[in-house]
Design a protein around this ligand. Structure first.
Ligand code: KG4
Ligand code: ZN
Length: 359
C-alpha cells in the first residue's frame, strides 16, 4: 500500500509518500521558520496563508520525487488534529479535494499519533529502527510534551501516562531563546551552545522534582532563567551564555528522561521511543541511550527529520488505518485538540490519578 501524507498543523507544509511498511518514497517539507522568525513565534494567520500558497507545490514535489502519480496510490492521510485551526483546515481541504478528484480513500490522523509512530519510518540509506510493542514513548515538541504507553499502531492503543501542566518542552526552549535574544526556534541554537557550556556554571532549580509524578512543568524553569537575566543582565556571545544554555538544557533533559524511565519501570516494558522536535536534541538522545543501556532498555530515536514535523509520519499512521479499511471521506473534520485521552490537566486543579502525594 502506498499512501500520500499531508501535514499542515503548524508551521511546516509537508507532503510525503510512504508504504504501509514505513518505506519513505519521498518526504518534502517546506518550513515557514523564516516567515515567523521576526515575531519570535508562529503567527497563525500567516501560517494558514502560507500553507494555502504552498500546499499544491509540496504535494506535486512529493509525487514527482517518488516518480508516482495519484493513480499509483492507495490512499491519502492528512493531519486533522491537534494544531492551529486555520492551518489544519487548509491541509484537510487540500486532501479532501485530492480524494474527491482521485476517488482514493482518505483518513484523518492525530498529529501526536504521527509522532508516536515516526520511529517505524524507513528513510532511504538509513538502518531501519525496530521499536517493539508495547513501548513507552516520550513526545516532546513545541506544542506537546507527554509520556505514553503504546500497545498498538492505532490511536485506541495509545494511553497518556502524564503530560506537562504548563509549557511544552519545545515551548520552553523557544521562550528561553527569546529571553536570551537567540531567535526562533530556540531548540537548535540552545542545543549547539549548550554543547560548549558547563551546566554547573549556572544554578537553576529542578522542575517538578516529585519522584513519583509523571507530570512535567517547564514554566518555572523559564521564569528561573528570566530572573537570572534580570539579576545578571543578558549574557553576550560568551562562555556565560553557553553555561546558562547548558544548565537550562540539562534540567530539561533530566526532567524528561527521569520521568520517562520511571514510566518504563512502572509499565514493565523494555523499549522506549522518543519523538517530536525536542527529540532532535543531541544531549537528550545521548543521555537516553546511556540510561537505556545501563537498564537493558532498547532506546529508539528516529533520525532528526523524523523527529521534527513531517508528513511521512502522517502517511504511515494513516496507512495503519487504511489497512483496516477505514475511510473518513464525507465526515472528516478538524480540532485544535488531540483525540488521545489526557490524564494531565493544564493549569491549576486536580492532578493526574495515581499521584497521592499531590491530591
Ligand atoms: O515537533 P515539532 O517540529 O513541531 C511541533 O509539533 O511543535 O517541534 C518543534 C519544537 C520547537 O519548539 C523547537 O525549538 C524544538 O522542537 N527543537 C529542539 C531541537 N530542534 C527542534 N529542541 C531542542 N533541541 C533541538 N535540537
Ligand atoms: Zn509536531
Amino acid at each position: 500500500m502506498r499512501v500520500l501524507g499531508i501535514e499542515t498543523s503548524c508551521d511546516e507544509t509537508a507532503a510525503s509518500i510512504v508504504s504501509d511498511e514505513g518505506e519513505v518514497l519521498s518526504d518534502v517539507v517546506h518550513s515557514q521558520v523564516k516567515l515567523h522568525a521576526e515575531y519570535g513565534g508562529v503567527v497563525p494567520e500567516l501560517a494558514s496563508r502560507d500553507h494555502l500558497k504552498n500546499g499544491r507545490y509540496v504535494v506535486e514535489a512529493a509525487l514527482e520525487r517518488a516518480q508516482l502519480g495519484l493513480e499509483d496510490l492507495d490512499g491519502i492521510a492528512v493531519t486533522c488534529r491537534p494544531g492551529l485551526a486555520g492551518a489544519l483546515l487548509v491541509g484537510v481541504q487540500l486532501a479532501q479535494g485530492l480524494a474527491w478528484a482521485s476517488g482514493l480513500p482518505l483518513v484523518g490522523v492525530d498529529h501526536l499519533v504521527g509522532h508516536l509512530l515516526a520511529a517505524y519510518l524507513r528513510f532511504p540509506g538509513l538502518e531501519p529502527l525496530s521499536p517493539r510493542l508495547p513501548f513507552v514513548a516520550l513526545i516532546a515538541s513545541g506544542g506537546h510534551t507527554a509520556i505514553y504507553r503504546v500497545d498498538s499502531k492505532q490511536a485506541a492503543g495509545v494511553r497518556e501516562l502524564g503530560g506537562t501542566r504548563d509549557d511544552a518542552a519545545g515551548e520552553a526552549y523557544d521562550k528561553v531563546a527569546k529571553l536570551l535574544g537567540l531567535g526562533y526556534p530556540g531548540g537548535p541554537v540552545i542545543d549547539r551552545l549548550a554543547a560548549e557550556g558547563d551546566p554547573r556554571g549556572v544554578k537553576l532549580a529542578k522542575p517538578m522534582p516529585q519522584r513519583d509524578s509523571l507530570e512535567f512543568s517547564f514554566s518555572g524553569l523559564k521564569t528561573n532563567v528570566a530572573r537570572w537575566v534580570e539579576q545578571h543582565g543578558r549574557p553576550g556571545d560568551d562562555q556565560t551564555l553557553r553555561d546558562l544554555c547548558a544548565a537550562f538544557q540539562t534540567r530539561v533533559v533530566e526532567a524528561l528522561l527521569s520521568k520517562t524511565f520511571r514510566a518504563v519501570s512502572n509499565e514493565e516494558v523494555d523499549c522506549v521511543v522518543l519523538g517530536g522536535g525536542v527529540a532532535a536534541n543531541r544531549q537528550l538522545r545521548a543521555r537516553a541511550v546511556e540510561l537505556g543501556t545501563s537498564r537493558g532498555i532498547h532506546v529508539v530515536a528516529p533520525p532528526l527529520r523524523g523527529c521534527t514535523d513531517n508528513a511521512a509520519m502522517i502517511a504511515y499512521a494513516g496507512a495503519q488505518r487504511l489497512l483496516l479499511g477505514e475511510d473518513d471521506r464525507g465526515q472528516l473534520t478538524t480540532s485544535t485538540k488531540t483525540g488521545l485521552p489526557r490524564v494531565t490537566r493544564k493549569g491549576r486543579g486536580k492532578r493526574t490519578r495515581n499521584l497521592p502525594h499531590e491530591v
